[in-house]
Write a protein that binds this ligand. Structure first.
Ligand code: SAH
Length: 455
């Protein structure tokens, strides 16, 4: 079927809807929202349609449709539950010069309703001309996920700017300017609720100056499964000119980076510090000052054992603009994907995140504070120090049969969950090749894994 999508001015259209059931109700809802004038013809109607009629938002005629109703109508929607009735009415309506949409026979349509992603004034319509509604809905849902609600705000902002440029009689109103504007950081600044910065960029572009303002996006990439990225993270990843990433960012997430972006590895294997932290901080500043969009991509959440704070401190001091995007931290990801809730009314009322990173053969932790019967302990970077951690917890009074879990490569396809007790785990680990990254969870919630583990 060949088709032509058009956008109608709702306020200038009149629709007749024949039928009063579910299908008719859905169409009436859509039409009323568009500002169109709507007349419903049906002996019986849903409560919703009746309410609209009572509120004078539509006109309702409780009767069977005949040719007289089509005389002054542009568009007719046939949504009765009888194919024969729809056919008869279609013939009558067409004879009167109206265009027809049949909800039961898409092949016989003069027009059809697309699925709409509504970010007014931006509207995105998806259509298969009524032939495969399930596919239309599916595509709409996918697009819906990528176009945040905030696009309404962006569209309104652009509309205002466009009106202003028109009023000023500016020739910049068209073509070139808008292309450069869309590629600049102005749209992203509006989405990040910095209209002042968007304004400044816009003025520069209007004055013909190139935008030479870099920015750093400090983005949490989550624990590994790309499905756990936030929408904002994905959007910023796709905008990057240069990316600094470390070991914890999974290959499947790296695949989302534009192919022409420069990728710089600054990760640290535990013993070999690939790039000292001070150098990373400095390089972020330098790249941004060259006007690039710099993506600093970090595993999990940038502010949880991620040194994100140190990196942006340096940016703030150098006056480089930045944004921070939270990510799902390993504790949340591993907890969910292993079926070990971190709190649970019967087990733990609090949870504590600590780092088990070893320095000079020991980890410096406030052991006494960690011993608490109704507290879950989550230990990041605790694999190497595991024997020491178990020993110290027992020595400070934690029962040696306290359950402990190691979540290896949490949320990744090869995730493994190892469980035991403080007593057994050190020996268990010795006999196996458990790989980083691994997260340690201590507390009776671990017992829930056997029942709630779902992966
Ligand atoms: N900022 C990160 C943590 C960095 S510290 C976050 O919020 O998650 C690195 C430690 O995080 C690792 O040693 C490991 O203990 C834990 N970790 C990170 N990703 C993990 C994963 N996918 N599975 C298990 N542990 C993980």
């Amino acid at each position: 079927m060949s088709s032509l999508p058009l956008v109608l001015n709702g306020a200038r259209c009149s629709f007749v809807v024949v039928g009063g059931g579910d299908v008719a109700t859905r169409k009436v809802k859509t039409l009323v929202r568009s500002g169109a004038s709507v007349r419903v013809i049906s002996p019986q109607v849903s409560e919703y349609i009746q309410a609209l009629a009572d509120a004078k938002s539509i006109t309702l005629e409780l009767k069977t449709a005949g040719d007289e109703v089509y005389q002054a109508s542009d568009y007719v929607v046939l949504a009765t539950d009888s194919t024969e009735a729809n056919q008869t009415q279609a013939d009558l309506a067409r004879k009167a010069g109206a265009r027809v949409c049949r909800t039961d026979e898409p092949e016989d349509n003069d027009f059809s309703f697309p699925a709409v992603i509504d970010r007014s004034p931006l509207k995105i319509a998806v259509s298969t001309s009524g032939s495969t509604p399930a596919l239309t809905r599916y595509v709409r849902e996918r697009i819906e996920a990528f176009i945040p609600d905030d696009y309404s705000r962006l569209a309104l902002w652009m509309e205002t700017l466009r009106n202003r440029l028109r009023a000023e009689g500016s020739s910049k109103e068209r073509g070139q300017f808008w292309r450069r504007w869309m590629r600049s950081q102005a749209p992203e600044q509006i989405l990040a609720r910095h209209p002042d910065l968007a304004e400044a960029i816009t003025e520069k572009l209007l004055n013909g100056e190139d935008e030479v303002r870099g920015e750093v996006f400090l983005v949490g990439a989550g624990p590994g499964d790309p499905d756990l990225l936030t929408f904002r993270a994905l959007r910023l990843i796709q905008m990057a000119d240069v990316v600094f990433y470390d070991r914890l960012v999974s290959p499947r997430i790296m695949d989302l980076i534009p192919t022409d972006a420069e990728k710089i590895y600054v990760g640290k294997a535990r013993s070999d510090h690939a790039v000292p932290q001070g150098d990373i901080n400095q390089r972020l500043v330098v790249e941004a000052q060259q006007g690039k969009r710099v993506l600093r991509l970090k595993g999990g959440d940038p502010f949880i054992f991620g040194r994100g704070g140190e990196e942006i401190e340096e940016l703030a001091e150098a006056g480089v603009p930045f944004q921070v995007v939270p990510g799902i931290t390993a504790a949340s990801g591993c907890s969910a994907y292993s079926g070990i809730p971190l709190t649970h009314r019967d087990h733990a009322q609090s949870v504590r995140f600590v780092t088990g990173h070893m320095k000079n053969g020991t980890c410096d932790l406030p052991w006494n504070e960690l011993i608490h019967p109704s507290q879950t302990l989550v230990i990041y970077m605790g694999l190497v120090g595991l024997p020491e951690i178990c020993k110290q917890l027992i020595a400070h009074g934690m029962p040696s049969d306290t359950p402990i879990a190691l979540v290896e490569k949490g949320t990744l396809p090869d995730q493994k969950v190892h469980t035991g007790t403080l007593n057994t785990m050190p020996d268990y680990v010795k006999g196996r090749e458990i790989q980083a990254p691994t997260l340690t969870i201590v507390g009776s919630v671990v017992n829930l894994h056997s029942k709630l583990g779902w992966r």
